[in-house]
Structure formats: C-alpha cells, structure tokens
Design a binder for this molecule. Structure first.
Ligand code: UDP
Length: 418
C-alpha cells in the first residue's frame, strides 16, 4: 500500500547563490539538536501536481540539514479511490457534490488498509499531505497497540483552497483532522472555525536549482517550443497546469479567442500533465484538444506529447505572458515558477494567486475573462510593463517563496512542538 520514493541528493549549499548564505546558516542553526529526527511525509502520488514537486526538494534538503527525512506514497490503490478523492478535493474547494455512502465506504476501506500497512516506525514526526491518506490516523487509532507504529507528532498538511468547503464533505473530514497534533495550511484563511488543533501557516516554495527552474538557453528554448508547432517569433500566451476545472482552462481559451480577434498573431499553449491521482484530467484534456482543432494557434500539450520538466521550463521562459486563470487555487506553484523566470503573470482572483501576486506590482490579478483579455493585451502592447512586472516578480519569489524558507518553516514547527 506504500512505496518509498527514491530521491536525488540535494544540497543546501547549492541554494545559497539564489537564497543567500544567511538562509543556509539559519537552517543549520535551526537544525541543531534535530540530528536524525525521523520525519515521514506521506501523500498520494510522486508524479504530477504541486505536492510531488515540493517533496522532491524539501525532503532531500531536510536530509542535508541532518534530519532522517523520508517520503512514502500510496501504492497499488484502485483507480476508483482516486475518483472518490478527486470528488473530495473538488467539494473541499467548493463544488456542491456530496459523496455517496459507497464512496465514503471506499475512502474508509483504503485508509484502513493504509493504516494496517503503515511504514514501520518509530517516527518522530509524520506529515500527511492532503485528503487522500487523511483518515489513516483514525484507523491506526483503532488498531491494537502492537500493530501501531510509535509516532511522536502527527501533522496534516493541506495544500488545497479550503476557504469555502462544501459543508457535508468538510463535516465528515474535520473529525479526522482534529485527531492530529497540528494542521499546516498555505493560508490561515483556509482554517475553518471547527478546527480544534493548532494551525500553522506555511506557504509552498519553488526550488531555484530544479530542472524546471533552470535557465534554458534562448536558442534551445526556441527550438523546443518550435518542435511543438509554435512560432517563437510571435506572441505566446501560456498556461501550465493540470487539466482541472478549477484552473479554468476554457476561460483561458475564451480570453485568448477574444484577443485573437484583435491580434491575429497571438498563439496559445495549454501545457499540462496528467497526475496519477487525477482521473478528471484525461477527460478535460480530450475536450480541450477538440477545441484546439478549430484553431491551429491553440496548442494543447501534455506529458503524453513529450512535455517534461525541461519543456515546461522552456514554455514558461519563452511565454510573452503567463496566465493562471484559476477560480480556486491553494497556492499555484506554476505562478511561482513563472514569476521566478521574470515572466509577467495574469492570475485569477483566488487566494493562492493573491498570496503571491500584488496586483499591478509583480503581476496582475483578474476577476473575469474580459479582464484577463485586457491585462494580457496590456502586457503584449507594453514590453516595458512586462519587464517591470517580471523583475519585481523574481524578487518577490526570492524574498518569500524559495525552498530554503520553506525548510526553515518546517524546522521551526518541529522545534516548537519538540
Ligand atoms: N507541472 C508539470 N508539467 C505540467 C504541468 C504542471 O511539471 O505539464 C508542474 C508545475 O510546473 C508545478 C506543478 O506541476 O510545479 C503544479 O503545481 P501547482 O501548485 O501549480 O498546482 P496543483 O497541480 O498542485 O494544483
């Protein structure tokens, strides 16, 4: 039911050129006394989406700080389970779709199996990410003492936008959450009133040393996007995202179409991956590809077309403007990545987007498709504005959203509750 994820070595010293030496010294200071602290991260998938992206960096950096940090993912779980958990995800973000009794039963069954097969401890700290494995702790509590791993402290780390959850789903889950020693949210605003455990706010981060963030030489980047049929000489709007209704892919297409009528040169690339725990993605991808058949300047591309980290990097770097038209967004690492690459970003009015972008300073926040079209147009018309927003965006990320700050936040949390 669980598989340990093999991780590359990542060194704190390699972060120094981006985050500064003081950020590394702070982590070393914080980690004193935490040598070999065993920290287990658990989530549903090692591929696709922001959580996997984060853990590939945070866990190795915790190791370099001296902790015994591990990452396990769920394994051999039936695909129907992920249909249920995507429904949970959607309703936690506000969709009014109650789960059936059978769906809750499947959710409980799998979590019970996860509890019975829990990675043997002892663990000083366990961090469960998102709703998929959330109920594991409740089922562990029901097991005989001899079958329970020894765990010091339990945290639930929620990455999704929980500001307006569908009540029936949240009420079912809050009991599971309240068994933890603490919850970690991207924004305190996501913490509902009926949470009875301490809440810590930690924003996600991007790794300046990752392939995704590597500078792609201009010529190479142009070749990469040209290999997908895009003309690097013409303006390009890009949204990089899982194919998910909350990311409003059709709204992006609409904004593009409105602008295309005025700017026939414009191109659109919708770049996304299909995460293992996101069955909805395949369906949406199919629908978008159908829409793209009517306009040869709309390019809908996924990992199945050969879009990996290096290609995503090229698209983000060569975009004239990056769009993230999310309706709900826990955080949105795609925004952080684009901002780090000094791109002007036009993002939806969702909490995660607003956490990163100060409207008009280091990007734009938009509330409608019409406004999205206008802001993209403004950027296309005004290269100086694009440059100013992009430069400010990079400094915002350097100051607030790099991996080192994220690791330091975790260490502070571990120290507090030691
Ligand atoms: N991503 C990717 N390939 C794609 C689409 C997305 O590698 O085709 C990555 C993207 O670069 C980012 C992560 O997946 O690092 C998505 O994280 P985000 O927080 O934006 O959204 P989530 O998918 O977690 O809702």
């Amino acid at each position: 039911m669980f598989r340990e994820v093999e991780l590359p070595e990542k060194l704190l010293k390699d972060q120094a050129p981006h985050a500064g030496e003081e950020a590394i010294r702070e982590i070393r200071r914080l980690a004193q006394g935490m040598e070999n602290l065993s920290v287990l991260h658990i989530n549903s998938t090692s591929y696709g989406g922001g959580v996997a992206e984060l853990l590939y960096t945070i866990v190795p950096l915790m190791r370099d700080a001296g902790l015994d940090a591990r990452w396990y993912v769920m394994d051999n779980v039936p695909p129907q389970f992920f249909e249920v958990t995507k429904k949970i995800h959607n309703s936690l973000q506000g969709a009014k779709t109650p789960l059936t009794d059978n769906e809750w039963e499947l959710y409980g069954d799998i979590n019970m199996k996860l509890a019975k097969n829990f990675p043997p401890g002892p663990w000083d700290v366990v961090i469960i990410h998102d709703p998929q494995p959330l109920a594991t702790l409740a089922f562990l509590d029901d097991l005989p003492e001899s079958q329970k791993p020894a765990v010091g402290r339990w945290f639930w780390r929620c990455h999704i936008d929980l500001s307006t959850p569908f009540a029936a789903t949240w009420q079912k889950l809050v009991g599971y959450v309240n068994r933890f020693d603490g919850a970690i949210f991207t924004s305190r605003k996501y913490a509902q009133d009926d949470l009875k455990i301490p809440v810590t706010e930690i924003t996600p981060s991007t790794d300046p040393t990752s392939t995704k963030n590597a500078i792609v030489p201009d010529e190479e980047g142009r070749k990469i996007i040209a290999s997908f049929g895009i003309n690097p000489e013409r303006p390009l709007m890009v949204q990089v995202s899982r194919f998910d209704p909350w990311k409003d892919p059709f709204g992006v297409v609409d904004a593009y179409c409105m602008l295309k009528a005025e700017k026939p040169d414009l191109q659109l690339a919708m770049v996304g991956s299909i995460a293992h725990d996101d069955p909805e993605g395949v369906e949406l991808l199919g629908k978008l590809k159908k829409v793209a058949e009517h306009d040869q300047d709309i390019h809908v591309l996924s990992n199945e077309d050969g879009v990996g980290a290096a290609e995503v990097a090229a698209f983000q770097q060569l975009a004239t403007v990056v769009v993230q038209k999310s309706i709900r967004e826990g955080f949105g690492l795609t925004i952080t990545e684009a901002m780090w690459k000094m791109r002007p970003v036009v993002a939806g009015n969702a909490t995660g987007c607003r956490l990163q972008i100060t409207d008009g300073v280091d990007g734009f926040i938009i509330g409608s498709t019409e406004e999205c079209k206008e802001k993209v147009n403004e950027i296309l018309e005004n290269p100086d504005l694009a440059l100013r927003l992009g430069r400010a965006a990079r400094e915002t990320v350097r100051e607030k959203f790099l991996s080192t700050r994220h690791v330091a936040n975790y260490l502070k949390l571990f120290a507090q509750s030691q």
